[in-house]
Design a protein around this ligand. Structure first.
Ligand SMILES: [Zn+2]
Ligand SMILES: [Zn+2]
Length: 193
């Protein structure tokens, strides 16, 4: 059976442990293959000197331009702090029902809050936010269930309160969307190149 593909693209310098961890755990929740793909993304083009942050929408646009596989979703992963103009920061941004999402691990690290490093907690948060942003690319909106990974988090406490799983209703939507993507994968395999 064909599986949908998720490409993890590091943006700027990214700890390989984070990428390897995501490539390992995402297929435990989603029926997908995951691979790490290096592709140049120009971070400086998204930099806002006054805010000293990077505009996530500008990074998303670059990821979409780099993307030519209709059977894959793309998740950019970065260590820099992201923003959109109406918010002080974002953990990530995704195209709803689209191709690409971007995740910042900057505020998922306990050291950002002046606390001692906690590697396990950090990686758990990375997994939750990666699933959340990918969920948006599969057409999911924010979920009212507190435990669902699609519940909206605008603070790290909210990230820690939710689980790393989709609720039954979000899970069904995501499974359907992935089955659809997998059939696109199969069709593109058959196409002579
Ligand atoms: Zn969201
Ligand atoms: Zn849900």
């Amino acid at each position: 059976m064909s599986r949908a593909l998720i490409e993890l693209v590091p943006i700027g310098k990214v700890d390989t442990e984070v990428l390897d961890f995501l490539a390992l755990v995402l297929p435990e929740t989603l029926p997908v293959f995951c691979r790490i793909r290096n592709h140049p993304v120009e971070l400086e083009a998204a930099y806002h000197p006054l805010r000293q942050q990077y505009h996530s929408t500008a990074l998303l646009a670059q990821l979409v331009r780099s993307h030519h596989n209709p059977a894959a979703k793309i998740l950019g992963v970065t260590e820099v702090d992201l923003f959109i103009p109406i918010l002080t920061f974002v953990f990530g941004e995704a195209q709803l029902g689209g191709t690409a999402a971007v995740l910042s691990v900057h505020r998922l690290d306990q050291r950002f809050y002046g606390l001692p490093e906690d590697r396990r907690l950090f990686l758990e948060r990375c997994e939750k936010e990666a699933l959340h942003e990918l969920g948006h690319t599969f057409g999911l909106v924010h979920c009212p269930e507190f435990e669902c990974v699609m519940h909206f988090s605008n603070s790290i406490e909210h990230v820690d309160l939710k689980s790393n799983a989709f609720c039954a209703s979000c899970g069904r939507i995501v499974q359907d969307a992935i089955a659809h993507l997998a059939s696109a994968a199969k069709a593109s395999e058959r196409r002579p190149s």
